[in-house]
Design a protein around this ligand. Sequence first.
Ligand SMILES: Cc1cc2nc3c(=O)[nH]c(=O)nc-3n(C[C@H](O)[C@H](O)[C@H](O)COP(=O)(O)OP(=O)(O)OC[C@H]3O[C@@H](n4cnc5c(N)ncnc54)[C@H](O)[C@@H]3O)c2cc1C
Length: 371
Amino acid sequence: MTTFDTDVVIIGAGAVGLACGYALSERGLSVIVLEAGPRIGEGVSSRNSEVIHAGLYYPTGSLRARLCVQGRRQLYPFLEAHGVPYRRCGKLIVATADAEVPTLETLWHQGQLNDVEHLELLDATAACALEPQVRCVAALLSSESGVFDSHGYLLALRGEIEARGGFVACESPFAEATPLEQWGFTISTGGPSATTLRSKYLVTAAGLDAQAVASKIEGFPKALIPKRHLGKGVYFTLTGRAPFDRLVYPTPIPGALGTHYRKNLGGQAVFGPDLAYVDELDDSVDPARAESFYDSIRRYWPSLPDGALVADYAGIRPKIHGPGEAQPDFRIDGFDTHGIEGLVTMFGIESPGLTSSLAIGDEVGKRLLKD
Ligand SMILES: Cc1cc2nc3c(=O)[nH]c(=O)nc-3n(C[C@H](O)[C@H](O)[C@H](O)COP(=O)(O)OP(=O)(O)OC[C@H]3O[C@@H](n4cnc5c(N)ncnc54)[C@H](O)[C@@H]3O)c2cc1C
């Protein structure tokens, strides 16, 4: 009879891996989270908009729709209980031309179908009463949307795992896994304290490295590893006073939600991200990209002064679709898909992965424990 060192090994200590660790340790499993980097949450989870999405954009019945709504409902109380800063500030999605109004109506309907609370279509006067500097012909108000301190959230998740006896091992890159004959895995790690572990369950939550990690699991069908596409988005901050309290979004573009505005928890105005497919994992921000930002921001905030935008940071979406292709759902694959007992792999966990993370953790728990 095999003896196991731990019930579950999770690869990746971003929001998704840590939320899985939290969900599984809450179910009484012993958890080890392996993180390649020196600290938790330095991947996609630290380079995003820190927006809590309501869940209105995504096709009804998709994982993104269900897990975003459920994850958001779990996230606010979790942040409250752990003293993690957040603001349920609400969001205006704005139509800046008559031709965009039907898109707002479609989003409102999609939101109803997705069971999103507190959505309201507004005319220009009502939108301006909320945000006097906004220019639009109509808007959709989503009162459940917000912003939060994503790093504080990750620390709280780590704390919950450790409080239940779990362990988050940084500088411990996953190297390979071999399924055992009856059940479970032998898992090797590299790094300064390279080791080999036996675990009953294995979960991959490796963000941009999802494909590389899956390819190192013996017997994992290569045909099920989607091609990786890198969808880079850059952010610019505003020099000067933040013009709006609420999030302000244009209507969505294919593959992203559009270059939007948020007031971060420090009170600073941040614009972004845009979307450009790239070949390299390069987090630099080309200041020249500001030009297109001025144009798109002035459609809903005409008073943006010249020269007010300062290059800030970039994030790279772990996409599994190329330019012009329809955006697929999150891939959360269990035995039924890949045929390996005790394994859940994830691919393409881009937005709204942060908002959905607590619900993703529960979903992974259900698939592993089949309850
Ligand atoms: C520009 C941008 C804006 C976004 N805005 C939002 C938003 O406002 N709201 C929202 O809900 N979502 C947003 N998202 C999506 C969200 O950020 C991601 O879905 C989420 O952070 C993904 O978390 P993750 O844990 O899967 O990945 P990551 O945070 O990247 O974590 C994966 C971890 O795995 C580790 N790893 C990789 N290989 C190995 C290995 N071999 N061994 C061990 N560890 C390994 C990495 O070091 C990393 O720490 C945005 C994404 C981007 C790019």
